[in-house]
Design a protein around this ligand. Sequence first.
Ligand SMILES: Nc1ncnc2c1ncn2[C@@H]1O[C@H](COP(=O)(O)OP(=O)(O)OP(=O)(O)O)[C@@H](O)[C@H]1O
Ligand SMILES: [Mg+2]
Length: 285
Amino acid sequence: MAAPSEATPPQAGQTAGSASAAPATGIPVAGPSQGLRTVVAGVSHEYRGGGRTTHALGPIDLTIEPGEFVVIVGPSGCGKSTLLSLLAGFTQPSTGEVSVDGARITGPDPRRGIVFQQPNLYPWYSVRENVALGPRLRGAKKAERQRIADEHLELVGLTDFADAKPYELSGGMQQRTQIARVLANDPQLMLLDEPFGALDAMTRERLQDELHRIWRGSGKSAVFITHSVDEAVYLGTRVLVMSPRPGQIVFDRRPPFGDEPRTLALRGTPEFAAFAADVRAHITG
Ligand SMILES: Nc1ncnc2c1ncn2[C@@H]1O[C@H](COP(=O)(O)OP(=O)(O)OP(=O)(O)O)[C@@H](O)[C@H]1O
Ligand SMILES: [Mg+2]
C-alpha cells in the first residue's frame, strides 16, 4: 500500500461547460480513443553517478484518469522531467511503481507519446516523413503511412509544409510537427515537457488553443509540464504543483472550467485569476 499523498484532494463536480463558445476553426479534431488509467504509487527517484546521489523526486502518489489533462508546475530542478521520464518508461523508479491499466511500466511504448521542450525532428527527413515515422516503425505501407501523416499534419495546420525540411520551419511549426508525430501513433497518454516554453507569447497562445482543441473529446490523457501558471490554469482539467527537489505534490485541484473550450475571454475571468493566485501561493523555491 502506498503512503498517503500530502496533496490536496481533487475537487469533484466538473461541469460540462458551454460548448457553444468554441471558436470555429474548420480543422478536423481527432476522434475519440480509449484512454489509459495511469497510477504512480509510492514513487521516488534518485540519480547515482560520479560519487553523487541526487534525490530528484518523491515520494509521489498520483492517479491520472482517462481523458484528464493534468498540468504540472514547480520550481526548476524539482523533478518534473524525471516524473515524465518515469511515465514514459525511459527511467525506472528507485522506489515504488508506475503502472498503466494495472500493468507495470517497464519501458517505452507508442501508446505513451512524449513531446520534448526542444523539437527533436530528423533534419534529413521531410516534415511528412518525420510524422510518418511511428507508422513506418509499426510496418505500415507507404500509402497508409502517408495518409496518417497527412491527416495529422492537417490537424496541426501544416499541410502546406509536408514536403519541407524541419530547418525550413519556425520554432512553433517544429513543435506542431512534433505534436503531429506523437499523435500519429494514436497515443492514449500524451506527455509534454514544456513544449511551448521557447516560443513567443502569441505563438504559444495559439498552440495552447490548438492542443486543447485536439485533446478535447479525444479521450486521451495528457500530462503537460510548464513554468507558466497561466498556461497551467488555461489548459488543465487538473493542476498539480510540486515542491522544490525532491519534488512532492503539494497542490492538486481542478480549475472550474472542466473540458469546456478555451477562449480568450476565459483568461480575463475572476475565476481564472482566483485559481491562478491559488496555484501561485503554493509554488515555493
Ligand atoms: N540524468 C541525470 N543524472 C543525474 N542527475 C539528474 C539527471 N537528470 C536530472 N537530474 C537531477 O535531478 C533533479 C531533477 O531534475 P529534473 O530535470 O527532473 O528537474 P525539472 O523539474 O524538470 O527542472 P526544469 O524545470 O529546470 O526542467 C535535478 O537536481 C537534476 O540535477
Ligand atoms: Mg525539466
